[in-house]
Ligand binder design. Sequence first.
Ligand code: HEC
Length: 155
Amino acid sequence: MVTVKVKGLAVLFSALMVASAPNAQSLQQPQTADASLGKPLYGQNCAVCHGAGLQGQKNWQRPDENGILPAPPHDKTGHTWHHDDGMLFDYIKLGGAKTLAIRGVADFNSGMPGFAETMSDLEIWHVLAYIKSTWPKQIQAVQKEQTQNARPASE
Ligand code: HEC
């Protein structure tokens, strides 16, 4: 009996430690993410807006008459590689508005839909792995560093 209780407490305690760890890590792409599986998923789900060649929409830095930004490129000319894995994952899973709301930017009128209903978490990582695989090594390294320095969104 006593050992069961102690064990329960220990589990609870380590869970709290993780929650309050000063170096808590943001999400990171898992080893199982596979760019070759991500490529067709990108074609089916993302190319319609972000372009088959990841080139984005025309004048992507200029909001339209409703204040919504066009889809940016995902190649090295865009800003995808400026963001850490956790932010990119959220943007794809939850969509733009919710991702920014979690990070304290309320009421952002985003044209980026969330894919939580249509893609699994691993499929989202496959697509991200594909996008990253098109970047030059140096840019991949910068984005990796962003991810290593990132804090979880809830902090
Ligand atoms: C209906 C059009 C549309 C589709 C489909 C779409 N996006 Fe987007 N996406 C956008 C727009 C518009 C933005 C810029 C929105 C903003 O400012 O929030 C954006 C922004 C993003 C961003 C954040 C900006 C950046 O460069 O980091 C990521 C990441 C992203 N999209 C990935 C994807 C992926 C991956 C898919 C496919 C699974 C996809 N999008 C499908 C329209 C779309």
